[in-house]
Design a protein around this ligand. Sequence first.
Ligand code: 2HG
Ligand code: ZN
Length: 491
Amino acid sequence: VDPSAQRPATADPAPLAELIAELAPQLGNRGLLTAPVDVEPYLVDHRRLYRGRTLLVAAPATTAEVQAVVQACAARGIPIVPHGGNTSYCGGATPTESGVEVVLATTRLRQVRAVDPANNSITVEAGCRLADVQDAAAANGRLFPLSLGSEGSCTIGGNLSTNAGGTAVLRYGMMRELVLGLEVVLPDGRVLDQLRGLRKDNTGYDVKQLFIGAEGTLGVITAACLKLFPAPAGHATAWVGLASAADAVTLLGVLQSALGDALTTYELVPTIALDLVLEHVPDTTAPLSSNHPMHALVEVTLSALDSDLPARLEQALGAAHERGLVGDAVVASSLAQREALWKLRETIPEAQTREGASLKHDVAVPTSDVPAFIDAGRAIVERSIPGARLVAYGHLGDGNLHFNVSPPKLGAGPGNARDFLAHGPALKRELHDLVAQFRGSFSAEHGIGRLKVGELERYEDPVALDVMRRIKRALDPQGLMNPGKVLDDGR
Ligand code: 2HG
Ligand code: ZN
């Protein structure tokens, strides 16, 4: 936990009472939460890395109400922490311990404002859950393709603010690529209205892009117009047993040649991750009858015209098997089997949590470098924490690995969780230095939040950091938007 955030509370009740009195007529009781039981869920992050404090949780129900909150806070110099589904891995939506911040919850910004199937677009408010947007698209015969493990609770505002990734990036891109328009309340309370559904618009700087991935440090995203795609005619899903990560990369190229951009998902699952799932997650069974060091979950999305794609996937896997690239493979023959294969991938984080504490690293390198990175990273892990187990899995199609480390098996190394976690900072330094050698990213899809502020300072190009600080100062001169997140603001 960042020690600089341990400053004493300077919360002064007088401005708070004034703030509440000013906002009460517009937001009402439902929009202003102060009772400890109502506030509690906003104080602790998903991974329980941080416990903050807050003056007040404001839950505006409209953009005008967000404006009112931002203006009232700006007038009093009160900082704001935007908060969506509370699924951040980096503490991005949790207030600091200072107790001087207002949490701005998007829970009541839940409207699907418009669906335009002919324009392939949907306009939704920031507090809509990702799953609700997927459902609204499906109800209109369309697909909203962003897909991640937390889709039942994460919100669109959080997805935008962290530029979320997930398991369909290979085909559809990250959140940034799925945005046509944005509505943002700026730190001074003005509304930036770029909520348009245009695919072509070369009119000056693309201002809306600034707010995507900014983690609420430049303003509060209130609504977005998002891209939709034709509803898929179906999926072909395979689980593939392989000898190595290098073979997995080779097979990725083979499948891309055979299947084109219909290839939507290509996830790497090492045996240790599969074993943890089979051990800890109920109702899971081994997908193949033979054992393999490495596995890939492969999915192809079918459009109405490609009824031959499942056969082409099977043929490509069969040919790869014949030439020794693939050890074994199964193609799901029912929806239930498809879901069972997905469960083996989606429950890896849960299985790893059940195994004990874990040291997480969310890294990206060029896909071609993934095998060399795994080898070099494994050597670091084994040298740093004797007996520790590397569980490196994830979005191989995007070159993004969750380079997570589980504690040694009982009796095989640093026994208790505290001893194990004490190795975290030194291990992180070595692994992130390795990432830098590969010109990779130390935060591929989980953002910076509070957890990785120091990493950004250390590894980001100084010119890029300077540009970020200038943008921050230009838009938020008082430093009131999500202070202490993304950029080190000297607190
Ligand atoms: C995933 O891909 C998520 O499953 C979580 O990004 C990764 O728990 C993790 O480290
Ligand atoms: Zn992931």
